[in-house]
Design a protein around this ligand. Structure first.
Ligand code: N01
Length: 898
């Protein structure tokens, strides 16, 4: 840390003898520390909070640079635990200033009389777990050491300023300021030549105000950031009316929302909207002056899909061009290197317009990097700029800095937290770390924290921790520690969540990329506030899943395991389906079930556009069959894939897997022809199988007429359709064609005769149930037919079949027969690629619009089809990192054969 910053901090103070013993020690007296003290005291624990600053406020104590404000609307960025407090404090503005927020925190501290438990001007210098005493011992730089049963770090996510990493800071003879450690006395910049380095939130908030005072302002920008106008003023009347009308509901909606602000979840995706509709939504959001609104309310794919995001980023760049007069400056201010929202966007007042002032100059460090700071100013590799004052708005060692870098923490068996986190933070729920008993972090890495309204996330963590301490006390437990299995599982879940959003595509403080040498990875939990809350509740509901609890005179309790094994979006879909309380499909009768599925599908968003969709009929084994052809927008002729839909040989039709066919057509660049084969019970076995072969023959023979590439075709199918695709390959081999170049079997039925363990493991709860599969099989084929290879391809001859991609899902009754088929094909010498999709269920890959973690699998499917057709793989920007290989580990049974 530079000397200037050190000087601004509390000076070293000598410790005094004696140890203060309390039940719980808290570090920090910001939003989290104050609420912790209040809750702990009410719960009857003795407490002390250690706070380096001389007053309460945390981040709002230190960040007092000009223009510092919150950027979540203040009525949402408030405590919600006490409705009386809500009524007792009125915010004066939509986005309150730092002094007002600091006054609010002082008001809260006084109202709940927590100051008496805070030792101000006291920094923790080391924390050691004493195994024998089962207590933490904290040494401090001022006053007594503290011995506590529980140690809770309420240190904030952005409280450890990052050195600017520029040579020569000490040589500068002028004034130096850090936004994160702004002096308490008045800073006079009027008439001075000022430099601001950094254009994150702190820079963007302070630059317009510094420009008003300074004689000359030079802004040194390394990476342009997206900023939206705050349109500050009184809190919007509609939001205030909602809050005052029913504050309990308003607050509860915030707690279960994605970002901690009571806004609904947007469901429409970008391609469902016209250009005009998108622009209208965008202008409304721009006028609203609300970051969370812009980030969540425009279209559902803006945060998860590069194309959906680019549409929004283009509109934002257009705004920058309209606000900044000089086109070169406007271009330099326009971000192109990261999707909107992947780096923390900012909320500003007159930021872009400030560059129209004659006294403001932007230096683009991408074109002329800073070489050093000199006695008189800043030297880039093109010029020297003399200044009187330098403001470093260079950010923080975020999320881990305040926990790890401030003082050594030594846990069980002498484990050092710095060592344990050497390759990045490892936590369970962002709350606890294995090896560090009785240590909790409020909004630690691995929790929604900085990706949410911090006020809501802080309250959730504080409530969860204090409730656990109370429950432990009642049960006689004195230590609690996260297990390694639970922590590893959480890391997997974090990684799964991270593949869902675009945060992985930007170098930011979210990923640790802003601090040289810091291990990189998305640190906050990207799965959303509401889902996270439900997971924390589930941990409690399952007997403190993933925690080991011990106490004198009570039996140790450890219900070990992973709290989330499903992919995050699969979990949401299954929860949603459960809440809909849908009838059991098998209880509806065949026609009732078909009507139900048709109605259900009608409510789905349309799939993505393709070049052309053509409906027609083709001759089946016993009469005409409908088909739907999907043609890519690229110039043909394209290879042709014959596709068989899912639905247990009973339900669905040539249109029912429309989103999947469109997606695969786009990804593979191939024609998909989805065949409406005959259904049971009207047409029982082997009608569907025979139709499969007949349709494939006709399509192969008419490929050129259909606009496709003549020659071998490919087959694909999902579920019962996967069964038909597999059977078609066997029949084509045995009955003289057509030639099939490859088969894609997605969760196929391969054995109607044998029930494998996955039937029992996944009997209920994962959409396709055991009871439903039994019903399908009963309607389709009699027990005597079930060993016929046309019903159960696993029972057929497998040599000489085309190469296959078999996809199986972990939470699917059909999993084990798919695995068995992949293994049997391999044993028979067929080239096989097998994707075992971790955390996925039967419909993961066909629910294109809602299960985004299915993208990686579909990319692999498209790659395989292209390979079978002799085409090179195709790649879309932003797809990297979505391959299941990074998170879902495809298991290649026979990669060499590919
Ligand atoms: O820090 P930042 P911040 N040479 O890391 C640049 C919250 N917050 O203090 O992007 C040159 O965002 C760096 O460049 P680059 C909010 O969550 C909230 O502004 O690394 N430049 C970047 O431009 C926010 O996101 C509010 O290429 C250097 C800037 O400095 C978070 O705090 C207000 C450099 C740092 O931006 C952090 O914001 C303020 C170097 N050596 C902050 N090193 C609210 O409104 C760094 N930079 C609630």
């Amino acid at each position: 840390m530079p000397d200037t910053m050190v000087a601004a901090r509390a000076s070293e103070k000598t410790g005094s003898a004696g140890t203060q013993a309390v039940d719980v020690a808290v570090v920090g007296a910001g939003f989290a520390g104050l609420y912790l003290l209040h809750r702990l005291r009410k719960a009857g624990f003795t407490t002390v909070a250690l706070e380096e600053a001389d007053d309460v406020g945390g981040t709002w104590y230190w960040n007092r640079y000009p223009g510092a404000r919150c950027d979540i609307q203040t009525i949402d960025y408030s405590y919600t635990f006490d409705p009386e407090l809500d009524r007792a404090w009125k915010w004066s503005e939509k986005y309150a200033t730092q002094p007002e927020i600091l006054r609010y925190l002082g008001f809260v501290a006084d109202r709940y009389d927590v100051r008496r438990d805070i030792r101000f001007g006291t920094r923790v210098t080391a924390a050691n777990w004493d195994q024998g005493a089962e207590r933490w011992l904290l040494t401090t730089d001022h006053g007594a050491a503290v011995s506590c049963r529980y140690y809770i770090m309420a240190t904030g996510c952005l409280s450890s300023p990052k050195p600017p990493e520029i040579d020569g800071v000490k040589d500068f003879k002028g004034e130096v300021y850090f936004t994160g450690r702004w002096p308490h006395n008045e800073v006079k910049l009027a008439g001075k030549r000022v430099a601001v380095i950094g254009t994150g939130s702190s820079g963007i908030q302070s630059i317009p105000l510094i420009a008003e005072q300074a004689a000359e302002l030079t802004v040194f920008q390394r990476t342009p950031n997206f900023a939206l106008p705050a349109h500050n003023g009184p809190a919007p009347a509609d939001r205030v009316a909602l809050l005052e009308g029913d504050s309990a509901t308003y607050r509860e909606q915030a707690r279960w929302s994605l970002a901690g602000v009571p806004l609904p979840q947007q469901t429409e995706v970008s391609w469902q909207l016209s250009d005009a509709e998108r622009r209208e939504r965008f202008e409304k959001a721009w006028a609203a002056g609300d970051l969370v609104y812009m980030l969540t309310q425009l279209w559902a794919d803006q945060g998860v899909d590069v194309d959906g995001n680019a549409l929004l980023a283009d509109l934002l760049r257009e705004k920058i061009r309209s606000l900044v007069k000089d086109p070169a400056t406007a271009e330099a201010l326009s971000p192109h290197d990261h999707p909107f929202g992947s780096k923390r966007p900012c909320l500003d007042t007159n930021y872009y317009a400030t560059y129209n002032r004659p006294n403001v100059t932007l230096v683009n460090l991408r074109q002329e990097p800073i070489k050093s700071i000199t006695a008189s100013g800043i030297r880039t590799d093109k010029r020297a700029i003399d200044v009187d004052a330098i403001v470093f708005a260079t950010g923080f060692d975020a999320m881990t800095g305040a926990i790890m870098a401030i003082h050594p923490i030594t846990g069980r068996d002498g484990k050092s937290l710095s060592d344990v986190w050497a390759h990045g933070p490892q936590t369970y729920l962002g709350l606890a770390v294995s090896g560090f008993p009785n240590l909790f972090m409020i909004t630690g890495p691995g929790s929604p924290s900085v990706l949410s309204n911090m006020a809501v996330s802080i309250e959730q963590h504080v409530d969860w921790v204090v409730d656990r301490l109370v429950a432990m006390r009642e049960a006689g437990f004195t230590t609690i520690e996260a297990t390694e299995a639970a922590q590893d599982g959480w890391a997997r879940h974090m990684a799964d969540c991270a593949t869902l959003t675009l945060h992985r595509l930007a170098n930011t403080w979210y990923t640790g990329a802003n601090v040289p040498g810091k291990p990189q990875g998305v640190m906050p939990y990207t799965g959303g506030v509401g889902p996270y809350r439900s997971i924390c509740n589930e941990v409690v509901g399952k007997g403190m899943l993933g925690f080991r609890l011990k106490g004198p005179g009570v039996a140790e309790q450890c219900n070990d395991g992973e709290v989330v094994r499903l992919q995050p979006d699969v979990r949401l879909v299954l929860n949603m389906l459960e809440e809909m309380k849908l009838p059991a499909i098998e209880s509806l009768g065949a026609q009732g079930a078909r009507d139900f599925v048709t109605e259900f599908n009608a409510g789905r968003p349309a799939g993505r556009p393709v070049g052309e969709v053509v409906d027609g009929t083709l001759p089946g084994a016993d009469g005409p069959l409908p088909y739907r052809l999907y043609r890519p927008a690229t110039p043909g002729p394209h290879p042709v894939v014959v596709y068989f839909h899912g639905g247990g040989w009973v339900l669905g039709d040539e249109q029912s897997d429309d989103p999947f066919c469109r997606d695969m057509c786009r990804r593979s660049g191939m024609i998909f022809v989805s065949v409406g084969y005959r259904h049971a019970p009207e047409h029982r076995f082997p009608a569907a199988a025979e139709d499969g072969l007949a349709a494939t023959r006709w399509i192969a023979a008419h490929a050129a007429e259909l606009g496709g590439r003549p020659g071998p075709v490919l087959v694909a199918g999902w579920s019962a359709g996967g069964n038909i695709a597999a059977v078609t390959c066997q029949l084509a081999r045995d009955r003289g064609g057509p030639e099939i170049a490859g088969q894609l079997l997605l969760c196929p039925v391969t054995d109607c005769a044998v029930e494998r363990p996955s039937y029992t493991d996944n009997a209920t709860g994962y959409f396709l149930t055991r009871a439903l599969m039994y019903w399908f099989k009963d309607l389709y084929c009699s027990p005597a037919d079930r060993s016929d290879p046309r019903a159960s391809p696993l029972h057929g001859k497998l040599s000489g079949l085309p190469p296959a991609l078999v996809v199986t899902c972990e939470f699917d009754p059909l999993r084990d027969e798919g695995v068995a088929y992949a293994e049997a094909l391999t044993a028979a010498g067929v080239p096989v690629q097998h994707i075992e999709a971790r955390g996925h269920f039967h419909a993961s890959f066909t629910m294109v619009d809602v299960v985004i973690t299915g993208v990686g699998g579909r990319m692999q499917m498209a790659d395989a089809l292209r390979r079978y057709a002799g085409l090179p793989p195709e790649r879309k920007q932003g797809d990297e990192g979505l391959r299941p290989g990074r998170t879902a580990s495809p298991h290649e049974i026979n990669a060499a054969a590919e």
